[in-house]
Write a protein that binds this ligand. Structure first.
Ligand code: PRE
Length: 105
């Protein structure tokens, strides 16, 4: 006899996956908003002859996120790698914006 009220393993996994899919969608939306802001920052920096990267700001961001990660039970190494990956992409965008501005001059 099987207990009809017991959750079936495939239903449990499907429910976990629905939750994961929602989190992934939220992550993509959050990243899209972050890149929308950094696009504006890149244009501002190009217009005002500011360098695409600001290593001292990055150090502050990484220290802050590592502390937040530790508090939240997330691996600080992972959070640093993730932020580094995002910021490196932002810097590429800033460089491209600057080059496009220089080419238009
Ligand atoms: O704050 C800035 O100056 C940015 O350009 C944004 C940002 C980021 O993505 O957070 C990107 C590049 C800089 O090196 C530092 C931070």
């Amino acid at each position: 006899m099987t207990d009809a009220s017991a959750p079936q393993p495939e239903n449990t996994l499907a429910a976990y996956r629905r939750s994961i899919d929602n989190f992934d969608a939220a992550l993509i939306h959050i990243l899209a908003e972050r890149f929308r802001i950094t696009q504006a920052v890149g244009e501002y920096k190009a217009t005002h002859q500011l360098p695409p990267a600001d290593p001292s700001r990055e150090e502050q961001q990484i220290a802050r996120l590592r502390a937040l990660a530790s508090e939240s039970g997330l691996d600080p190494e992972f959070s640093e790698k993730f932020l580094r990956f995002v910021i490196d992409e932002v810097i590429h965008h800033h460089e491209r914006i600057r080059e496009a501005g220089a080419a238009a001059d």
